[in-house]
Write a protein that binds this ligand. Structure first.
Ligand code: TRP
Ligand code: ZN
Ligand code: CA
Length: 434
């Protein structure tokens, strides 16, 4: 499961409910009966940063992998989550001869087959306390997790938060987590949201250009604030989302900039100066003074907004399904046969990615040529003949660019068997209009 744009189909057994469906789509989260995300207190987020700063100060000035300040950071975050009712797990790994730690916190409930995950690396470099990089992301997801608990939020999907170790040494902790996650568990992660540096002192507002639904969720939030965003380009793959993206999990995230220089166009847009987004990146001056409160506030609210929105489980508006399930036998090495559906009640043309559901039972599918025939007779080949494809059955959904076709009318699935011996029948044909 993932969060890509997808409309839920509704089996209407070939009937048309266009009139009934029109206007049934909720326009806002409130109309849909979905709780809106709470406003995240930037004061609370800043208190977590002050606590992380104190941990660094008490431990030689950093919170780096293998140093006492890192484990103390893990203990600090874990205690808050345990008190708030999360189920926490500390995962250990070894890197550079020292033990590293990931902290995973699950919020009990929700559909564990659909996990919405948010993560941030908790380690700093050895040269400083790592307050913007990445106390900021760590504190924002911590406060969001605590807000989930305070709200008694019961999302449709399951929520999981993670604080990664040894990101600064090459995404080590997140890669360890993903590598040790069975593929069945990976498949349950609907999306992973990454927050690494979200309070830069001379901030930009960057959104990762990855999963389109996650990206839109963030962009919509900032658009609502009237804050322009740009696509993150300062090194894609330079944070823990890469560990997830590499195994095909949909990802997204926010970023306010690291060592790159803000352009004058960006200064026009966001204010600040034409200097580095974070002049203290990876330096001893990445302290609590190295935070832009407005950026931290907006991004923390965006974190909560995305987590609430992506986990609430609002059902997307139903598509309109036209289906024919009458069996049509396909003569062996013979003439083409068709199964048809009558599409009515759709305004204008068919979509540029029309889902065409094909269900053909056959003992050697390579024999078959399968076409979609539009109402005006235009033919779209779905599957060519192939002498070598000896597999059974054609059971799949093709996507057809049918945007030059008027939607209403009779559409046909045309199937011809072009080689002797193996045989079969059309079991079903289905078109889904948005
Ligand atoms: N922690 C990251 C790093 O040290 C910071 C970073 C740089 C980053 N570029 C990024 C985070 C782009 C997200 C996206 O590399
Ligand atoms: Zn870093
Ligand atoms: Ca045949």
């Amino acid at each position: 499961m993932n969060l890509s744009v997808r409309r839920r189909t509704l089996a209407l057994a070939g009937t048309v409910l266009a009139g009934l469906l029109a206007g049934a789509v909720p326009a806002t989260a409130e109309e849909a009966g979905v709780a809106a995300a709470p406003d995240i207190s930037v004061a609370n987020v800043k208190q977590h940063l002050a606590d992380l700063q104190s941990i660094a100060t008490a431990n030689g000035g950093n919170r780096a992998h293998g140093r006492a300040g890192y484990k103390a950071s893990i203990d600090f975050v874990k205690a808050k989550l345990d008190a708030a009712g999360f189920t926490t797990t500390v995962q250990t790994f070894t890197y550079n001869g020292t033990t590293g730690y990931n902290l995973i916190a699950d919020w009990p409930g929700g559909d564990t087959n659909q996990v919405v995950m948010a993560g941030a690396h908790l380690d700093s470099v050895t040269s400083g306390p790592g307050i913007n990089d990445n106390g900021s992301g760590s504190a924002a997801i911590l406060e969001t997790a605590l807000a989930v608990s305070r709200a008694g939020y019961q999302p449709a999907k399951h929520l999981r938060f993670a604080w990664w170790g040894a990101e600064e040494l090459g995404l080590v902790g997140s890669r360890y987590y993903v590598n040790n996650l069975p593929s069945t568990e990976r498949a349950k992660i609907s999306g992973y949201l990454n927050f690494d540096m979200i309070g830069s002192p001379n901030p930009g507002y960057f959104v990762y250009d990855d999963d389109p639904v996650i990206e839109k969720t963030f962009k919509d939030y900032f658009a609502g604030l009237g804050v322009p965003t740009e696509i993150e380009t300062e090194g894609d793959g330079r944070s823990d989302h890469a560990s997830f993206k590499n195994v095909g999990i949909p990802v997204g995230g926010l970023f306010t900039g690291a060592s790159r220089t803000k352009t004058s166009a960006q200064v026009q847009k966001w204010g600040g100066t034409t200097t580095a987004f974070d002049r203290c990146y990876h330096s001893s001056c990445d302290t609590t003074a190295n935070i832009n409160d407005t950026a931290l506030d907006r991004n923390s609210d965006a974190v909560a907004h995305a987590i609430w929105t992506l986990s609430s489980g609002t059902t997307p508006p139903p598509g309109k399904v036209f289906e024919n399930t009458t069996d049509v036998s396909i003569p062996d090495n013979g003439a083409a046969v068709t199964s048809s559906v009558a599409v009515t009640g759709i305004t204008g043309n068919a979509p540029s990615s029309l889902p065409v559901g094909v269900d053909i039972i056959h003992t050697w599918r390579g024999d078959l040529v399968v076409d979609l025939v539009a109402p005006d007779g235009t033919v779209y080949n779905l599957k060519p003949y192939s002498s070598s494809d000896s597999a059974d059955n054609v059971q799949t959904t093709y996507s057809v660019n049918a945007s030059s076709e008027v939607a209403n009318g009779t559409w046909r699935l045309r199937v011809q068997d072009r080689a002797a011996q193996d045989t079969g029948y059309i079991n079903g044909f289905k078109l889904t209009f948005p």
